[in-house]
Design a protein around this ligand. Structure first.
Ligand SMILES: Nc1nc2c(ncn2[C@@H]2O[C@H](COP(=O)(O)OP(=O)(O)OP(=O)(O)O)[C@@H](O)[C@H]2O)c(=O)[nH]1
Ligand SMILES: [Mg+2]
Length: 331
């Protein structure tokens, strides 16, 4: 997995202190206590933002300090609170306390928030201490200190496209042709044991991340092959590609089996935008691949080895991600 990693220092604001004051006016000898409470210190809060793709911003600035709360004042004026600082992070960010190593949380959703340093509470002013038997209190509290800590942010990059296919279908080969990734490739099943990621650059300035996962076989949900737990790696991708070997004896059956296993793992996977890619078409020589698939998904023939139609495939994949983006915005 690609990780993007930064360490930053965050300090919340201290609370303002409470105030000791008594009401004073002409003809009123002993006004009651009217010292206000201090404002709370600002907190440092992380918030998930799906537009962000890296933690790069945090390599430029490494310290974040929120303002303190204002002290309480006479006439029962409470101090103003210090403003919170909101730090936007990409989805898939794991947050740890850098000193203890303790995991503080995991941001996976748009708008999800996590307070990493809580502002100090404001101290109470003397007005708060008045009772019927204690009418001129001189007690007040100091504002509490804001929290401070070093934290580590680790981004587990979520792929845009997940490649799903039987063992030996050619998933890793395709990844190696479209990206700079160098996954292990071999002509035996279950070569890939851990997901590989690569960045596909598209038309110079656009890019997206593709994940190659282990091969999936019928019965995986019952533990056949490598099982299906690794499918969690594509749970958060935006779109899927069913990669099928064009020399497969029964491509229609293969597609059905792949979908069945995906659905058994999580029906949500079947709702993602998807397309079918038939690979190894170079094996057909000059012949056009004759493959019938009854599916509503778009089907595209390619050859990862000869490079046939790979540029067109990138275009299609890019469209697929765009569709996924629109779907996400509809929610
Ligand atoms: N002729 C031809 N062979 C291919 C093509 N793509 C992949 N292969 C071959 O198919 C075999 C399997 O390729 P991999 O990329 O390792 O397949 P995989 O889907 O990643 O397999 P697992 O990791 O085991 O699930 C290798 O021998 C590749 O050289 C292609 O487009 N044309
Ligand atoms: Mg592989």
């Amino acid at each position: 997995m690609f990780v993007d990693f930064v360490r930053i220092y965050v300090r919340a604001g201290n609370g303002g202190s409470g105030c000791v004051s008594f009401y004073r006016a002409k003809y009123i000898e002993k006004g009651g206590p009217d010292g206000g409470t201090g404002g709370g210190g600002g907190s440092i809060i992380l918030r998930g933002n799906k537009q962000l793709r890296t933690l790069r911003d945090y390599t430029y600035r490494r310290e974040y300090k929120a303002n303190r709360g204002q002290h309480g004042m006479g006439s029962n004026w409470d101090g103003k609170s210090g403003e919170d600082i909101l730090l936007e992070v990409p989805l898939g960010t794991l947050i740890r306390d850098a000193d203890s190593g303790q995991i503080l949380g995991d941001i996976t959703e748009e708008g999800q928030i996590l307070t990493v340093a809580k502002g100090g509470r404001g101290g109470r002013g003397n007005a708060c201490f008045a009772t019927s038997t204690h009418q001129a209190p001189r007690e007040w509290e100091v504002g509490k200190a804001g929290e401070e800590r070093n934290i580590e942010l680790e981004l587990k990059i979520i792929a845009d496209i997940g490649l799903v296919g039987k063992p030996n279908a050619g998933k890793s080969t395709l990844l190696s042709r479209l990206t700079a990734a160098k996954p292990k490739i071999a002509d035996y099943p279950f070569t890939t044991l851990e997901p590989n990621l690569g960045i596909v650059t598209h038309r110079e300035y656009q890019s997206f991340v593709m994940a190659d996962i282990p091969g999936l076989i019928e019965g995986a949900s019952k533990g056949k092959g490598l099982g299906h737990q690794f499918l969690r790696h594509i749970e958060r991708t935006r779109a899927l590609v069913y990669l099928i070997d064009s020399s497969d004896e029964n491509p229609a059956q293969t597609l059905k089996a792949l979908k069945l296993e995906l659905g058994r793992f999580s029906p949500m996977l079947l709702k993602k935008p998807a397309m079918v890619v038939l690979t190894k078409c170079d094996l057909w020589g000059d012949e056009n691949p004759q493959i019938k698939l009854r599916t509503r998904l778009k089907v595209m023939p390619i050859s990862a080895v000869s490079g046939w139609q790979l540029d067109q495939l990138k275009d299609r994949l890019f469209d697929l991600i765009e569709t996924a983006g629109q779907q996400e915005n509809d929610f």
